[in-house]
Each structure stands twice: as structure tokens, then as C-alpha cells.
Write a protein that binds this ligand. Structure first.
Ligand code: GLP
Length: 244
């Protein structure tokens, strides 16, 4: 696991965007695994800026998002479908038909999960997976558990995740209690992983991810076993990691 220490959120976002940009320049039809949350928004903004300057072309890129709230349609402003269009897809020349997010409106859990897994597998898995990290060490919506998950599955969100994500809703009651998420095994299939982390509220999770034991109780700790994983984090997120 490589760690890139950044000054602040802006520096983190530019460095992460640089790596994604290099991936797309080297392989114009790259398959990107994308994430939601506040952490990658600056990365998307930087990529949009470079697209507008003519430096990056997304016309052949395909994307697979990590997760979606169960029960939200793609038009719902709180859905991750909507988030992706608003924060990235609508501002670059990506073909929306090449973008994929689990279908939160599919109430058939088995169908929603197996069909998403089949699509990611048929695509040959992703070239570069962008990840954020939850305060409890979750990636995607893979919450702390007794075992590492494999494929896409439905999760019950933990009270800490509901509380953390409630800032984006009018009240905690409105946060969906379940989500569909790619599993750990699918994430580990990515040929390269970039995890962005910013702020002191992530410091303990970042420390546990990098230095702690590999355990499903800190889902991100599995990334220690990935052969090409880079953590791009600001000084605040690395404040409990004196060695990096
Ligand atoms: C959600 C998402 C994760 C994201 C996490 C942290 O739970 N499912 O993919 O990493 O939030 O979000 P933020 O970057 O806003 O702290």
C-alpha cells in the first residue's frame, strides 16, 4: 500500500485526479470504478476542469459505481445515480449508456445484486477503482462485519453511517436503512485502487486501514493485501499515522 501525503483537500483532489487522468490518457476506453461522498467531489471537479480545457476525453470510458441506496430511484436527488450526474457525468463527454450504478429501485435483492455482478464481471472488472472511506472504515457500503463480503449484496447501514450520511438529508429519518454495494471481492478485482481521505474524522479509520490487522471489522484494511493500492490523503486524515 502506497501512501501519498497531501497538504489539504485541494491538493488531495488534484493528485487523485492526476492519477485518474493518466489512466484515461494511457487507456482511453478505461473502465473506472467510481465512488460517491464528499471525498471524491474535488477529484471530479478537477477532472471536469481538465476536460473543459481539452486535456481529457471520456467518450470511450465506462464506469461502474460502488453502491446505491436501496429504495431510491435514479431521479431521486438523494440517490447516488443523481449524485454522479450532478457532480461528474453531466459535465464531461461520457456516454451515459456507459455508466452503471446499482439499481436502488429494484426491490428484488437477488436480481439487483446478481445482475450488477454479472455486468462488472462481463466487463472484465475495473482498471482503476476510486474509493472513499467511512469513519468506521467502510468502503463502498461494506460495513464492519465478521467476514469479508464477496459480490454485490444488500446491507443494513450501521447507526454511525446513517448518522454520518444524514448531513446530506433533511433529517436522519430520511436516510435509507439499506443499500446495495459491490462486495469486497469485486473491489479487490480492480487492477489499481486509489483511496482518497480527508479530515480528522477519518484519521482513526485511515490509521486502522494502513497499520491495523487485516480484519472485516475494518473493511478497508483488506486493501493492505492489494498489489496496487494508493492512499491519497491529506495531513489531517494522516494525523494519527506518524510514519507516512
Ligand atoms: C458513503 C459511501 C462511501 C463513502 C463514504 C464516506 O457511505 N457509500 O463510498 O466513502 O460515504 O463519505 P465521505 O467522503 O462523504 O466522508
Amino acid at each position: 500500500m502506497r501512501v501519498i501525503r497531501c497538504k489539504d483537500y485541494h491538493d488531495m483532489s488534484r493528485k487523485a485526479a492526476n492519477i485518474i487522468s493518466a489512466q484515461v490518457i494511457l487507456k482511453p476506453d478505461a473502465i473506472l470504478g467510481l465512488a460517491t461522498g464528499s471525498s471524491p467531489i474535488g477529484t471530479y471537479q478537477q477532472l471536469i476542469d481538465w476536460y473543459k480545457k481539452g486535456d481529457i476525453d471520456f467518450s470511450q470510458v465506462h464506469t461502474y459505481n460502488l453502491d446505491e441506496y436501496r429504495g431510491l430511484t435514479y431521479e431521486d436527488p438523494q440517490s447516488y445515480h443523481y449524485f454522479m450526474r450532478k457532480n461528474f457525468f453531466d459535465s464531461v463527454n461520457i456516454d451515459l449508456a456507459n455508466t452503471h450504478v446499482p439499481d436502488g429501485a429494484d426491490s428484488d435483492i437477488e436480481h439487483a445484486c446478481t445482475s450488477y455482478d454479472a455486468m462488472v464481471k462481463a466487463a472484465g472488472y475495473v482498471d482503476l477503482q476510486l474509493l472513499g472511506i467511512g469513519r468506521n472504515g467502510h468502503i463502498g457500503f461494506n460495513e464492519p462485519d465478521e467476514v469479508f463480503s464477496k459480490g454485490t449484496h444488500c446491507v443494513d447501514l450501521t447507526p454511525s453511517t446513517i448518522e454520518a450520511n444524514s448531513r446530506l438529508f433533511d433529517s436522519p429519518d430520511q436516510v435509507p436503512r439499506q443499500a446495495y454495494t459491490m462486495g469486497i471481492q469485486t473491489i479487490m478485482h480492480a487492477r489499481r485502487i486509489i483511496l482518497v481521505a480527508s479530515g480528522t474524522e477519518k484519521a482513526q479509520a485511515v490509521k486502522d486501514m494502513i497499520y491495523g490487522p487485516v480484519t472485516p471489522k475494518v473493511p478497508a484494511s483488506i486493501l493492505q493485501l492489494h498489489t496496487n493500492c494508493t492512499v491519497v490523503a491529506d495531513a489531517a486524515a494522516l494525523s494519527l499515522c506518524p510514519n507516512s
